[in-house]
Design a binder for this molecule. Structure first.
Ligand code: DX5
Ligand code: ZN
Length: 217
């Protein structure tokens, strides 16, 4: 079995104590810190901007996995790179030139990820898979934490696993939305190697984070 990374989504953290929350999930064994950026336009919610990412940066050395749910995306990539993002993931619907956005992210020395909504066909990666570092399969419609895992995405995860293995490049296959102990197992079986978990990580408060994370792994 391949090792599985856990990326707590701080969308479910206590926003009044974000620095402490990031330190707590770091200590509890998080591999990445998943930061959900929403613009109230591409998705129906507003969350975090580059100033908050920058403020969190001194609180952990773990990679910042920044999930941009914003359109247009290109004008904001440099701000998130400067703020301390390590992986910058965007949705192909967020701009007309997916390949150019990938080049932009990489030109800033960051890892590039592409995120597929539940209805986005996996063919969107046909000509770019070898250029990216991460594919994020959404197993909910983006916008909110606490939604239910959409099972119809499993064939997409399986096919992406096949393509990534065939390519032989270390591309993360990340799954985001509705992950709990049961859906984590299903997603891992389908080929996921990074699990985003908001609700499942932060449930019960800081004394439970380590146990919550190890249950998913
Ligand atoms: C949804 C976000 C997710 C969300 C996951 O738009 O991209 O990262 O925080 O939350 P849970 O794990 O609660 O489904
Ligand atoms: Zn996310």
């Amino acid at each position: 079995m391949r090792p599985v990374k856990i990326a707590p989504s701080i969308l479910s953290a206590d926003f009044a104590r974000l620095g402490e929350e990031v330190r707590a999930v770091d200590a509890a064994g998080a591999d990445y810190i998943h930061i959900d950026v929403m613009d109230g336009h591409f998705v129906p919610n507003l969350t975090i901007g580059p100033a908050v990412v920058k403020a969190l940066r001194p609180h952990t050395a773990k990679p910042f996995d920044v999930h941009l749910m914003i359109a247009p995306v290109d004008p904001y990539v440099a701000a998130f790179a400067d703020a301390g993002a390590d992986i910058i993931t965007f949705h192909p619907e967020a701009g007309p030139h997916v390949h150019r956005t990938i080049q932009l992210i990489k030109s800033l020395g960051k890892k590039a990820g592409i995120s597929l909504n539940p209805a986005t066909p996996l063919e969107v990666v046909d000509y770019i898979l070898e250029d990216i570092d991460l594919v994020l399969v959404m197993t909910v419609n983006p916008g909110f934490g606490g939604q239910s895992f959409i099972q119809s995405q499993l064939p997409k995860i399986r096919e992406l696993r096949r393509r990534i293995d065939a390519l032989g490049k270390p591309i993360d296959l990340e799954v985001d939305g509705g992950i709990n102990a049961e859906t984590a197992r299903i997603a891992i079986e389908a080929g996921a190697d990074v699990l985003v978990a908001g609700t499942a990580t932060f449930t019960g408060g800081p004394q439970h984070y380590a146990e919550n994370i190890s249950k998913l792994r």
